[in-house]
Ligand binder design. Structure first.
Ligand SMILES: *[C@@H]1O[C@H](CO)[C@@H](O)[C@H](O)[C@H]1NC(C)=O
Ligand SMILES: *[C@@H]1O[C@H](CO)[C@@H](O)[C@H](O)[C@H]1NC(C)=O
Ligand SMILES: [Zn+2]
Ligand SMILES: [Zn+2]
Length: 430
């Protein structure tokens, strides 16, 4: 009897252990099954169809009507429930028990105002618009994850939330999703972005700060116009703007720690038109970036002070617009250490240890940062570089091409990160 009991206890332990994705062999088993499923020819064909369909009809920020229509109809076919709309076109799907923990997976849906220059069968049919940042692939990968998760929904130890958000490119769609409550009560979130710098079959990220906080500004300097031959009758805003632009370059070189990365770039200037007329007004503007959110606030303050003071020196007045509403400044993207470690382990099980790379910090920005301010979050790059299919151009290039082999990898990565997170956190809320 005693032996039988012991055997029963052992076998119970074994079963518990076998379902625990925190153990290494179970995790590699899970990732292998997910990746094989997503690479099944029919599944892969469906992923490509979605990506290409969205690629052909790119839609700009907050206009993603066809895109979210396609998402809803695919979720309907899969039998996945969703809420809609958030922030005009956003969709949030839900798979699992409905109970906590709730874990989010995120895809952005918007395209860019760029004319596609790649000649291929599925070239953009919307003139002047292009999925040049790979958000078409992001949507396909997240729908792929939905399909994988739906098959396993009875085994999920909580709820996976699929966040399809609008307006990532400069418009802070993530901010509006949060504001409308689309992510209330989430415990954590994971996001992916295609990366043409690293080979397909690799992913990369880093713990802590990863991407910059980013903002725009427009300065308007008002003076007094007049004949170029009689400068004494004018208050020259061109000169005030010139001194301002030069002075702005001293912020980074003289006022900040050389080890804190910051950028101040003036990227446009609009002054007068005639060679013999001093204009009334000059407008100029550009970008400010910092790896910390506090750094961005500092830059905003100093840009405002410097332009106002330089204008005053030249007897002009200045006003500054940081476009808080339209082109909302983004905070810096900071990965939660534990969430980063979790996704890294899943990535290693999926792709092999040597294929999970440490990403360098960059001054690029992402509105995923709004999520990372509110909950435990990890953001990963997923490689698309493959010279054989000319998938080498940088994001936002009109020649941007994606190696679609990334689609099943991204779908499996998303699904595995969520499943393993729920397995590891189910106990916390019981
Ligand atoms: C891996 O998965 C297969 C099929 O799902 C299962 O038969 C096998 O026991 C699993 N192995 C481990 C170590 O969990
Ligand atoms: C939306 O879809 C319809 C039907 O396929 C198409 O005719 C239209 O051009 C699409 N609009 C955009 C902005 O992609
Ligand atoms: Zn982009
Ligand atoms: Zn992007």
């Amino acid at each position: 009897m005693a032996w039988l009991c012991l055997l029963m206890i052992l076998s119970t332990c074994q079963t518990t252990w076998a379902f625990d994705t925190r153990s290494e062999s179970k995790l590699s088993n899970l990732t292998r099954v997910l990746l094989e499923s997503a690479r099944d020819p029919e599944f892969f064909g469906w992923l490509k169809w979605i990506r290409r369909r969205i690629h052909e009809y790119p839609e700009l920020a907050f206009e993603e009507d066809n895109t979210s229509q396609l998402i809803k109809s695919e979720l309907d076919s899969l039998g996945v429930e969703y809420s809609w709309p958030f922030a005009k076109t956003g969709v949030v799907g839900s798979i699992g028990s409905g109970l906590q923990p709730w874990f989010g997976l995120r895809a952005d849906m918007d395209a860019l105002p760029i004319q596609e220059m790649v000649e291929w069968e599925h070239k953009s049919k919307n003139n002047g618009k292009m999925h040049a940042c790979g958000h078409d692939a992001h949507v396909a990968m997240l729908l792929g994850a939905a399909k994988l998760l739906e098959r396993m929904k009875d085994e999920l130890k909580g709820t996976v939330k699929l966040v399809f958000q609008p307006g990532e490119e400069s418009y802070g769609g993530a901010y509006h999703m949060l504001k409308e409550g689309a992510l209330d009560n989430f415990q954590g979130i994971f996001g992916l972005h295609v990366a043409p710098e690293i080979p397909v079959g690799t992913v990369s990220s880093r713990p802590g700060p990863m991407l910059a906080a980013s903002g725009r500004f427009i300065a308007t300097i008002n003076g007094k116009g007049g004949h170029a031959a009689r400068p004494q009758d004018t208050r020259d805003p061109v000169l005030a703007a010139s001194f301002s632009i030069l002075a702005l370059q001293q912020i980074v070189s003289r006022e900040t720690d050389p080890l804190d990365a910051m950028v101040v770039s003036v990227s446009f200037v609009e002054a007068g038109q005639a060679g013999n007329v001093i204009p009334e007004t000059v407008r100029f503007g550009g970008s400010i970036r910092s790896l910390t959110t506090e750094g961005l606030v500092f830059l905003q303050q100093r840009v405002k002070q410097i332009v106002e003071m330089q204008a005053a020196v030249h007897q002009c007045t200045a006003s500054l617009d940081f476009m808080e509403e339209k082109m909302r400044p983004y905070p810096s993207t900071v990965n939660d250490e534990a969430m980063y470690e979790h996704a890294k382990q899943v990535g290693e099980a999926l792709l092999g240890e040597s294929n999970v790379l440490l990403a360098p910090m960059t001054m690029g920005a992402e509105d995923f940062s709004f999520y990372s301010q509110k909950m435990k979050a990890a953001f990963f790059f997923i490689g698309t570089k493959n010279e054989a299919v000319r998938s080498v151009k940088r994001l936002h290039s009109p020649y941007f091409v994606i190696d679609e082999e990334v689609l099943p990898i991204g779908a499996a990565f998303h699904a595995a990160v969520a499943i393993a997170y729920l397995d590891g956190h189910a106990m916390d809320t019981q």
